[in-house]
Design a binder for this molecule. Sequence first.
Ligand code: IMP
Ligand code: MG
Length: 329
Amino acid sequence: MVITGAFWGDEGKGKIISYLALKDKLDVCVRTGSVNAAHTVWFEGKRYALHMVPAAFVYEKCRLLIGAGSNVHVTQFLKEVEETNVKNRIGVDAQASIIEEKHSMQDKTSAHLKGIGTTGWGVGPAIEERVRRTAKLARDIPELKPYITDVAEETNNAIDADKKVLLEGTQGLMLSLFHGTYPYVTGRDTSAAAICSEAGVGPTRVDEVLIVFKSFMTRVGAGPLPGELTKEEAIKRGWFETAAGTGRDRRSAPFNFEIAKKAVKINGATQAALTKLDSVYPQCKGARSFDELSSDAKEFVREIERQVGIPVVLIGTGPEALDIIDRRK
Ligand code: IMP
Ligand code: MG
C-alpha cells in the first residue's frame, strides 16, 4: 500500500500510518522524501513529530526503512532513532543521499527560496547536489554503517513473501515539483508513482493507493490556496494550526473538491482517509463508528465519495492513533 497526501502536506498521514501499523500489524514501512516533512504521531499520550523515522515505529515488530530516493539528515536521524528506540529495526538504503548543514545555509540565504517559504532544512539545495552527482550517499557516512541495507531488495522480498508493506509518502500532491503549484512546491514529485520510485518498488506491485485528505486544507509557506480564510476566521472555526516541523502559522481554507479530484486522479488512488473530521464537526470527536457521526458529517463524507469516486475507508476523529472510524470491513 502506498500512502499519499492530497493537498499541501499536513493532512495527517502520520496518524493514519500509525493506526495502520498497529491495526494491520505492518511488517515493513518505507519512508520516502526528506527531513522537511514532519509526521505527527500521538502514541501512548506522547507526541512525536518525525522528520526521518517512519511513522509505523509504533508497532514494535515493524521493520522500518528509508528508501534510496530519500535524503537523510544524519544527526536528525540518529536523534529520532534514539527517541523512538528503533535502533535494531531501522535500515537506510546505501544509495540514499545526504543533506548537510551547508544545504540548510544555502536554503536560508537564498532570496528566491525565502520567497517560496521553504522549511529551511536545505532539501532543495541537497537535491540540486544530487542531480549534479556530487552529493554524499548514506554508504559514505561512518555513523550510518550499522543501518545500511538494500531497501529495494528488502521491500520486494517482503512483497514476494506476502508480507504487509506500506510506502510512506511525504507532503501532498499540491507540493509536487511536477503536478503542484510551481514554483511554490517542494524539490521532488510527491505523487504515488514517485513514492514507489524512491522506495524501489514497481507500479505493478502495488495493491492499494490510500490518499489522505484533511477535512479542511492548510498550507505553510507562500503560493496559492483557493478559498483561503483570514487567520481570525480560521481561529473561529477551530482550523488554525501551526506547523509540526517549523512552528510557522498554517494558512487554511475549506475542503476543495476540484483539488481532491485531481489528487485522486494523478495518484491513482483506490481508497481515501479523511482526517480531523472533529475539527469541522466537533460533535464527532472520539467517534469510533460511522453511525455515531452527525447527519451533516455523514453527508460530507458521502459527498466526497460521490465527487472523487473512491471510498472513504478511514475517518479520523481525534489525535490518538486509535481515534479512527475504520470502514474497511
Ligand atoms: P522545502 O520543501 O523546504 O523546499 O519547502 C518548499 C515548500 O514546501 C514550502 O512551502 C514548505 O512550507 C512546503 N513543505 C515542505 N515540506 C512540507 C511538509 O512536510 N508539510 C507542509 N509543507 C511542506
Ligand atoms: Mg507535517
